[in-house]
Write a protein that binds this ligand. Sequence first.
Ligand SMILES: Nc1ncnc2c1ncn2[C@@H]1O[C@H](COP(=O)(O)OP(=O)(O)OP(=O)(O)O)[C@@H](O)[C@H]1O
Ligand SMILES: [Mg+2]
Length: 188
Amino acid sequence: MSDTSDSGESDRALPNILITGTPGTGKTSLAEISAQATRLTHIDVSALVKENSLHSGYDEEFDTLVLDDDKLVDELEEKVSQGGKIVDFHSCEVFPERWFDLVLVLRTDNTILYDRLVERGYNQNKITENIDCEIFQVVLEEARESYPEEIVVELQSNSVEDMESNLSRIQQWSQLEGLALAHKKRWE
Ligand SMILES: Nc1ncnc2c1ncn2[C@@H]1O[C@H](COP(=O)(O)OP(=O)(O)OP(=O)(O)O)[C@@H](O)[C@H]1O
Ligand SMILES: [Mg+2]
């Protein structure tokens, strides 16, 4: 069966993870080390949007590119349907529900996040927008509305210790999920 329906059925041999969260919470850092430690491949969606012009222009006020949702989904569909991907992006409602087996939402304390965004040289508008986004749990709510409750997991991402424990959870989960998918395929 092909993985094109919205039923949640999938024939992928390896699972897909979405790592999402407010900008600066550590998605790319965690996705990179997780890809090195598992058989999964990292897709940095922000980088892909820039490289392949998957946007409709530039928003000066918020110093950001305006995403073209359709182009993005078309670009990712084939890659993600194969399975074995860690997709890293600050938004999640644009992706089809059937793509992911696990959705991790990274959370960072405001003061820590503020320092990270200042260090990046973001303008004040962009810093305020992102801190508000974290305070109001915008991405967590979006994930809860877009994916089944049982696959959405909130993870703290304040420290190196948090990153290590998040990595170890991803390693354990991907091994178990990989085995479960292989087992399911064998009996189909
Ligand atoms: N758990 C953590 N503990 C301490 N520092 C961290 C942690 N996670 C990320 N960082 C640091 O925070 C900064 C932002 O991390 P990163 O670029 O991974 O965030 P991001 O969520 O991918 O942001 P964006 O959405 O803008 O791509 C980096 O300097 C990174 O080293
Ligand atoms: Mg990133």
